[in-house]
Design a protein around this ligand. Structure first.
Ligand code: ZN
Length: 133
């Protein structure tokens, strides 16, 4: 999958967290053959490369955010918080999905914007969920 310039395959280590209210991600590649290291990191739920996000989801599951009250209100707020909200393939009843920390981060942002915590639910999704039409 990830080949080093020397031809060996590289070990990959990935992670994500929330620190002081900021979503952070990192990825590092290491080659056991020649010792080459590549590291990347960043902050912000939308700055994470899609392939890195997909790997984290593969390891730790796919998580979704559900609203128990007005979906319209939450969608409106999500469009204000996220630059690219709306281009996501979402399972039915799920307003956002991603890694566990991406969803947790969004939930706390929505609470900051005045949404009651009891109206928001984080749910672990099946890895392959049917996408709503
Ligand atoms: Zn190498």
């Amino acid at each position: 999958m990830n080949k080093c310039t020397c031809g060996s395959s590289m070990c990959i280590n990935i992670g994500e967290s929330i620190q002081d209210g900021i979503f952070r991600w990192y990825v590092s590649y290491h080659c056991n053959n020649c010792g080459k290291n590549i590291e990347m990191d960043g902050s912000g739920v939308e700055s994470i490369p899609k392939d890195i996000q997909a790997l984290i989801i593969e390891q730790k599951g796919r998580w979704g955010l559900k609203s128990l009250s007005s979906e319209i209100k939450i969608k409106y707020l999500l469009r204000k918080i996220l630059e690219n909200y709306g281009n996501l393939d979402l399972p039915k009843d799920i307003l956002y999905c991603g890694t566990q920390n991406q969803v947790k981060w969004l939930k706390s942002k929505l609470i900051e914007k005045g949404v009651a915590e009891k109206d928001l639910q984080i749910k672990k999704l099946e890895y392959r969920t049917e996408v709503a039409n």
